[in-house]
Ligand binder design. Sequence first.
Ligand code: ASP
Length: 421
Amino acid sequence: MQVFKFGGASVKDAAGVKNVCEIIRAHSRPENVIVISAMGKVTNALEQITDAILGNAANIDLLISQLKEQHFQIAQELFPSAKPVLDAIESLIAEIYWVAEEAQLKNYDYEYDQIVSIGELLSTRIVAAYLNASGIPCEWIDARDLIRTDDSFREGQVDWRITEAQIQTAYNKIRTQKPGFLILTQGFIASTSDNNSITLGREGSDYSASIIAYCLNASEVVIWKDVPGVLNADPRIFPQAELLHEISYYDAIEMTYYGATVIHPKTIKPLQNKNIPLRVKSFLNPLEAGTLIGNTELRNEKPTFIRKPEQVLVSISPRDFSFIIEENISEIFREIAKRRIKVNLMQNSALNFSLCLNNEKGKIDAFRESLNDRYRVRYNEACELLTIRNYTDELTGSHTSGKNILLEQKSRNTIQLVLQN
Ligand code: ASP
C-alpha cells in the first residue's frame, strides 16, 4: 500500500478537490491511505481566529463566518445537494464556538490546537464526501484516533508504541470490513492521552503521512505539491531553480534541516528507518516523475540554495567579562529549550555567543529577559539565513551582493550566512 498526501494548495477550491479526486482515481490503489491538509490558507485563518478569541477581539464572529462561508461555497460548488456536508461543516464551526466559550487565556498553545485542528476536519469531510459521490469509496477516519502524542501542544511528540497499535488496528478493521475502501484522514492533527486535540507543528501533514507509512510498512509515500518536485532552490526566489530527479534521505534531511520548506523536516526519519521511498510530485502535472527520495548513494552535487526568512541574530556576552564556557552555554540552552525556540545556527568566541533563531517575538523577548541579569544581550531583527550547499565563492558573492553579512559559517560543502538587507 501507499500513502498519498495532499497539501492545502491542492484543495484550495472546488476545482482543486475535483483534481485531487481525479489523481486518486488514476494513480491510487484501493488499499491506500490518503492524508489531507486544511484547505488553502485555512490554518492561517484559524490562527487569526485563535488570536481574536484569546484577545477578546471584536471581529471573532466575522472571522468565523468568513471561514464557514469559504467551506460552504466549496461544498455547494461540488455537490448538487450539499445538505449533509453543510451540516458537517456547521457542526465543526460550532466546535470553534464551544472552545471560544471555555477558552482560558493561560494556555495559548492548548487553545490554539483545539481551534486550529478544525481546519483539517473541515477539509477531509468535504473531500471524503466528494470521493464517495464520485464513485471512489472511501472511509473517513479521525486522525486523532490514529496518532497519539504527549502534551507538547503545537508540537506533539509521537508516542510510537500506541500510535503504531492504533493505526494498524484501524487499518486492518477497514480492510476486513470494507475491502476496496480507501482510508482518508487528516494531516497535522493527533490527540493526547486525555483525548485533547493536538497539532504536530505547522506544515506537519507531511509528517503525518510519514508516521502512517512507517506504522503500516507502506511501499511508498507520495506527497503531491504545486511544484514539480524537490528543486535546488525556491523558484519564487531563484528563477533558475532546477528539479532534482533523485536524492538521498541524507540530502533531503539536510535540506529540510537548513530550512527547505518543500517537505516538513520530521518527515524523512521514519521513512529512512524503514527504507520507504518518498516521491514528491506535482498535482498540476501528475504524469511527471517528480523527485524520488530514497536509499541511494547518490550525492547531490548541484548547488542548493535554502533561504530562511524571519530570523533574529542574538549575541550574548557575560556582563563580568568572563569567557563563554560550557556552563554559560548550558545555561543559555536551558532557557532556549524551556521556550522551544528554534536555533538555526550558533557560533562562539571568547566573550560572545551568537545564535540565529526563528524570530517568534514573544518567545525571544522572554528569552532575552531571562538572561538579562548576567549577560549583555544584543540582537538584530529582520535577518535571513542563507544556506548554500555545494557553494563556490562566486555563487556566494552573487547571492550576497548588496546585503550586509552579519555572520558567516563554512564547512567544506556548506556555507551559511546571516544576512540583512
Ligand atoms: N494545515 C497545516 C498548516 O498549514 C498543516 C499542513 O498543511 O501541513 O500548517
